[in-house]
Design a protein around this ligand. Structure first.
Ligand code: PHE
Length: 342
């Protein structure tokens, strides 16, 4: 076979294979197979040029170049064709309707009780109070005794408690923290203690066996009931609005003397009377009072020199009043339809 016939045959073979190639990689392989500098078929044929008649050489070179050009052209063309076909295919299969609304990613949020607690804490932090926490399992001593509530005292009925064993219970209020804080530090004391409390109450729209309280305690020299009133009035305005007014009704707690029930004028009806305030125009928001001297003495404070006030509020109650929520159980049912509203 003459060298020209070999070249023609090479070109024909290449044409067939290129036409059958279906990928870029395959085409690259064919280029190497036919035109590769080292093991390529064209190179192999041209190697034999050396043994040729010198007069034939320029012609062979020329034809070889034409063959090379033709093969390269075919590869490029096929490549372009495959690319277009592939693009076509992707465009039709990956069609995307950019006018469709995106998929909504719902961000999480703090539970409404956490939000309410957060606001309460911020207000008191702004007044220079620090925030502390105590244990949810308490001893009889901290929950009752040290708060001037001796065993068999009738006032224990105010806190129907879950006992784990005699002397140990799920705390029924956050007031034990008053004692815990004072045992650890000397006056002045200025602290709020938020936390969960537990009571063996019958469950209804306003009672649940677990709930949250925020305890407040301030002890220093010359602290008076006026300081308590001023502080809680400021809190009520910050929490429920500048226009709010507060009222202190006499009440009873064994660990405060005198004791008060703190009322705020109804922010739903502006005091006119409605369902939330049960037509009284006033809403009770917490219990408070001047720390009983016996409680101060119990932690070794000089009750002649120091006086203080304490208050305790229910976080659920505050949230229910703020957002007109009429059932405490909603906070604990994890119903997203309820929780998403806040
Ligand atoms: N611990 C009381 C309660 O649970 C509230 C309170 C706290 C009252 C501090 C006075 C002072 O009802």
């Amino acid at each position: 076979m003459s060298i020209f016939e070999q070249l023609t045959q090479l070109q024909k073979g290449a044409e067939e294979k290129i036409a059958a190639a279906v990928s870029k990689e395959e085409l690259e392989g064919l280029w190497t197979q036919f035109l590769g500098r080292k093991g390529g078929e064209l190179t192999a044929i041209l190697r034999s040029v050396k043994g040729l008649d010198p007069q034939e050489r320029p012609l062979v070179g020329k034809v070889a170049n034409e063959v090379k050009g033709a093969i390269e052209g075919l590869i490029a063309k096929r490549q372009e064709l495959l690319y277009q076909a592939n693009l076509e295919k992707r465009l039709s299969s990956e069609q995307l309707d950019v006018t469709l609304p995106g998929r909504w990613q719902e961000p999480g949020r703090a539970h409404i009780l956490s939000q309410t607690l957060g606001r309460i804490k911020e207000i008191f932090k702004g007044l220079g109070y620090s925030v502390m926490a105590g244990p949810e399992i308490e001893t009889d001593y901290y929950n009752f005794e040290a708060l001037n509530i001796p065993a068999n005292h009738p006032s224990r009925e105010m806190w129907d408690s879950f006992f784990l064993r005699p002397g140990l219970l799920m705390r029924s209020h956050t007031s034990p923290n008053q004692v815990r804080v004072m045992e650890r530090q000397d006056p002045p004391v200025r602290v709020v203690c938020p936390g969960k409390c537990y009571r063996r109450d019958a469950v209804d729209a306003t009672h649940f066996w677990e709930f949250h309280q925020v305890e407040g305690l301030l002890v220093d020299e010359r602290v008076t009931f006026a300081d308590l009133k001023g502080t809680l009035e400021l809190f009520a305005k910050a929490m429920f609005g500048e226009r709010r007014r507060t009222r202190f009704n006499p009440s009873y707690f064994p660990f405060t003397e005198p004791s008060a029930e703190v009322m705020v004028d109804c922010f739903v009806c502006e005091g006119k009377g409605c369902r939330v305030c049960k037509n009284s125009g006033w809403i009770e928001i917490m219990g408070a009072g001047m720390v009983h001297p016996r409680v101060l003495q119990g932690v070794g404070y000089d009750s002649e020199r120091y006086s203080g006030f304490a208050f305790g509020m229910g976080v659920e109650r505050i949230a229910m009043l703020t957002y007109a929520i009429d059932d405490i159980r909603l906070f604990y049912e994890d119903d997203l339809r309820f929780l998403r509203q806040f």
